[in-house]
Design a protein around this ligand. Structure first.
Ligand SMILES: Cc1cc2nc3c(=O)[nH]c(=O)nc-3n(C[C@H](O)[C@H](O)[C@H](O)COP(=O)(O)OP(=O)(O)OC[C@H]3O[C@@H](n4cnc5c(N)ncnc54)[C@H](O)[C@@H]3O)c2cc1C
Length: 417
């Protein structure tokens, strides 16, 4: 015997739990369940925003979203924007704190409070949650769908696929297996790659500077073409580069077919000519120093010394030995310190997966499949991913709310027939 529900949500992550709760907010008597393969729901949300959960952002414009067709996200983000998300969470008891960059966090600054709020609302309002229950198969039936799991089976008129993709790895329930099930049902997928992830580079220099954090303008180049750029903290690591600026520009590293490089501008506020003038001036007033001390007070000490060595100069030589050509070389290195990329640190370390379920098969206002009525896909499994800054959770919430609204409409239509 199968369990029967009006709506069955597969995946108890941010998107799935929001969808189930919004359905219950609309109709307390609706039979709604969440099927989750892990022992607990919302395992990923616990680790978001370094345990503080960057829940959304004041600026959720479309330019922060990516995919083959980012426009797919426009309706959901406009109609279920950050204000609607804030109101929804207020109803669950979570109030927001915005930082100076417009990033929103729960006022408690604890991701666990977002998890608890979603979990408690579901429990208090009768969402049935089945944990350690992995969906193996989905079959269309005359009246809806039959869902087969490692335990029991479920029947529902409406099903919502909210299983996420690969980012964060197995320990967070991110295995991407649902894509194969959907492929067998005829759905197309877009190549999946890790995004918001550390970049592996040629590492002789990064290893020697391991642990040093600087602020720089990081640019990802494919050949001569600048693909993405961000000014923020950069961290040197034994495998390459990390830090917010690097995560921000990482999306295309594994998507580009040609060679990519990362360029660091170590003095982004100053144009090339100004940096050159500064070096000439220093060389004049500090001419009695050794080169190892030339950049003291201008660059991080060890980074400054690395720049001297990269220019082919000796740290022990006197500043007075510098030539016109040396000034030019030093300026170029400071404004464009290059690293050949060798990939990323992979899905387990990434915050989001780029690619996924091709959005062409879904309606952008409802998230419902164009071919299977009553089958919805929401959140990260769809080929939409956002920048760092609360954009991925916002997408999970917005898409979940679209689906919930459409399910309510379908169920109300049924009642009126
Ligand atoms: C370390 C880290 C930090 C992050 N920080 C932020 C942040 O601060 N702000 C932000 O906006 N975004 C952040 N993100 C991204 C954001 O967390 C995700 O984009 C978002 O949680 C995706 O939600 P989802 O519900 O679509 O998928 P998920 O959260 O991945 O949930 C999917 C659920 O489905 C379950 N599942 C999968 N397959 C099956 C199956 N076959 N049967 C049953 N259940 C299944 C999984 O176990 C999982 O619980 C971060 C991600 C990581 C990894």
């Amino acid at each position: 015997m199968s369990r029967i529900y009006s709506a069955c949500v597969i995946g108890g992550g941010a998107a799935g739990m929001t969808c189930a709760n919004v359905l219950k907010m609309n109709d307390k008597n609706l039979s709604v369940c969440v099927i989750e393969q892990m022992p607990r729901v919302l395992k990923k949300v616990i680790v978001t925003g370094n345990g503080r959960c960057n829940i959304t952002n004041r600026d959720i414009s479309l330019s922060h979203y990516h995919g083959e067709n980012p426009l797919f996200a426009a309706y959901a983000l406009k109609n279920f924007d950050n204000f609607i998300v804030e109101v929804f969470f207020n109803k669950l008891g979570v109030i927001f704190h915005y930082d100076e960059r417009g990033r929103a966090y729960p006022y408690s600054l604890q991701a666990s409070s977002v998890v608890d709020a979603l979990r408690l609302y579901a429990a208090d309002n009768g969402v049935d949650i089945f944990t350690e229950t992995e969906v193996y198969n989905i079959e269309k039936t005359k009246s809806g769908y039959l869902i087969t799991t490692n335990k029991e089976s479920f029947k529902a008129e409406n099903i919502v696929i909210a299983t996420g993709l690969l980012s964060g790895g197995d320990s967070l329930g991110s295995n991407g297996k649902m894509l194969s099930i959907l492929k067998n049902m005829g759905y197309k997928t877009v190549k999946v790659t890790p995004s918001l992830v550390q970049i592996k580079t040629e590492n002789t220099l990064t290893k020697s500077l391991k642990g040093i954090k600087i602020t720089a303008k990081a640019t990802l180049f494919s050949g001569d073409r600048a693909i993405s750029q961000n000014t923020d903290e950069v961290l040197f690591c034994d495998y390459g580069l990390s830090g917010p600026a690097i995560l921000y520009i990482s999306r295309e590293v594994e998507r580009e077919t040609g060679d990519t490089t990362v360029s660091l501008d170590l003095m982004p506020e100053y144009p090339h000519q100004k940096v050159y003038d500064m070096i000439r001036y220093r060389a004049g007033v500090l001419s009695t120093r050794k080169l190892e001390d030339l950049f003291l007070g201008m660059l991080n000490k060890r980074v400054g010394q690395a720049v001297i060595k990269l220019a082919g100069l000796k740290l022990g030589d006197s500043v007075s030995t510098l030539t016109e050509n040396d000034y030019k070389k030093l300026t170029s290195i400071i404004k464009d310190l290059r690293f050949k990329t060798l990939g990323t640190t992979g899905f387990n370390n990434s915050q989001v997966t780029a690619g996924g379920l091709d959005t062409a098969a879904f309606d952008d206002e409802t998230m419902m499949s164009q071919t299977h009525g009553g089958l919805y896909a929401i959140g990260e499994i769809l080929d939409i991913d956002g920048d760092c800054g609360g954009y991925n959770l916002q997408w999970a919430f917005s898409s979940a709310m679209c689906a919930a609204e459409s399910i309510m409409d379908r169920l109300n239509e049924d009642e009126n027939i």
